[in-house]
Design a protein around this ligand. Structure first.
Ligand SMILES: CC(C)(COP(=O)(O)OP(=O)(O)OC[C@H]1O[C@@H](n2cnc3c(N)ncnc32)[C@H](O)[C@@H]1OP(=O)(O)O)[C@@H](O)C(=O)NCCC(=O)NCCS
Length: 157
């Protein structure tokens, strides 16, 4: 498939639009100041997917490397641009960045009913390693369990 977006480092000027996309993706939305705080944590990096020829941002990834692990903190694609490969591009770019920072493991948490994300993660070698009961709160007050997923990263050659 020809990529329809290009992945780049998240810049300060991108934070507002990333917060807008985050709010469309998650009930527990991270506003601009929260995203700034996350990016200020040691080892954290952000990526954005930009629509080619338009430069508008369609998705983002936030991740943090600590010791030999990289945690995917958040990943989202604006709903109108989903199922076009941007999520895959962001995930693989985050994994590549983790490898470049010498991480050996990549892990994340995901709602157990998030079919699109589970399919994306499963296709990239992530497997279930843990379970967090009632981890996410939904708009209606109900709770959803989370799965912890992990995979080994290739060595930097
Ligand atoms: C999960 C998410 C990032 C995927 O982004 P995307 O740009 O649609 O991903 P891609 O186009 O690269 O597709 C990745 C896989 O998900 C599948 N997929 C996409 N939308 C889907 C849907 N609605 N239902 C089931 N599978 C879906 C695709 O088919 C693809 O799998 P395949 O290549 O085996 O067919 C996106 O759905 C999203 O932002 N969701 C809301 C936020 C979220 O859940 N983030 C992850 C939290 S851990």
């Amino acid at each position: 498939m020809t990529p329809r977006s290009a992945v780049e480092a998240l810049r300060t000027a991108d934070i507002e639009i990333v917060a807008k996309i985050h709010a469309t993706c998650f009930f527990d939305a991270w506003g601009p100041s929260m995203i700034r705080q996350v990016l200020d944590m040691p080892g954290t990096f952000g990526l954005v997917a930009r629509r080619q020829n338009y430069s508008s941002i369609v998705g983002f990834a936030l991740a943090r490397v600590a010791a030999d692990e990289c945690e995917l903190l958040s990943l989202g694609v604006a709903s109108e641009y989903r199922a076009n490969g941007a999520g895959t591009q962001l995930l693989t770019a985050a994994m590549a960045r983790a490898v470049s920072e010498r991480a050996r493991w990549f892990f994340l948490e995901v709602a157990e009913d998030n079919e699109a994300a589970l399919r994306l993660y499963g296709a990239h070698g992530l497997t279930k390693v843990g379970y967090r009961l009632n981890y996410y709160e939904n708009a209606d007050g109900s709770k959803t369990n989370a799965l912890t997923m992990r995979c080994a990263l290739p060595d930097l050659v």
